[in-house]
Design a protein around this ligand. Structure first.
Ligand SMILES: [Zn+2]
Ligand SMILES: [Zn+2]
Ligand SMILES: [Zn+2]
Length: 95
């Protein structure tokens, strides 16, 4: 069954596996480093993406963090700090 309104009401997975925070009630992810094969990177903050489609939003349309916050795991807006592609399609090792 596919309800086209369900994405608005329910986030894909409310609990982030990086910080254990609930996307609906947190303003940023507490995890400020991601590791790709022994290299540490600081995640791209919401508002700093190369893709400017989201510039006008106060909160991330996918994971609900505020501007300047870190995205929660699995967010489709988050970009990879290594290759600058959306993190969900990034093929960097370890992701
Ligand atoms: Zn998180
Ligand atoms: Zn996000
Ligand atoms: Zn990447």
């Amino acid at each position: 069954m596919h309800d086209k309104n369900s994405k608005k009401l329910f986030f894909k997975a409310n609990i982030c596996w990086r910080c254990n925070g609930d996307r609906q009630f947190t303003t940023t992810c507490n995890c400020s480093t991601i590791v790709y094969h022994d290299e540490k990177y600081q995640p791209i903050k919401f508002g700093d993406e190369k893709n400017t489609d989201y510039k006008d939003l106060e909160r991330c349309c996918d994971c609900n963090v505020v501007k300047g916050g870190f995205h929660h795991s699995g967010c489709e807006v988050e970009e990879c700090p290594k290759c600058n592609n959306p993190i969900l399609i990034c093929r960097c090792p370890g992701n």
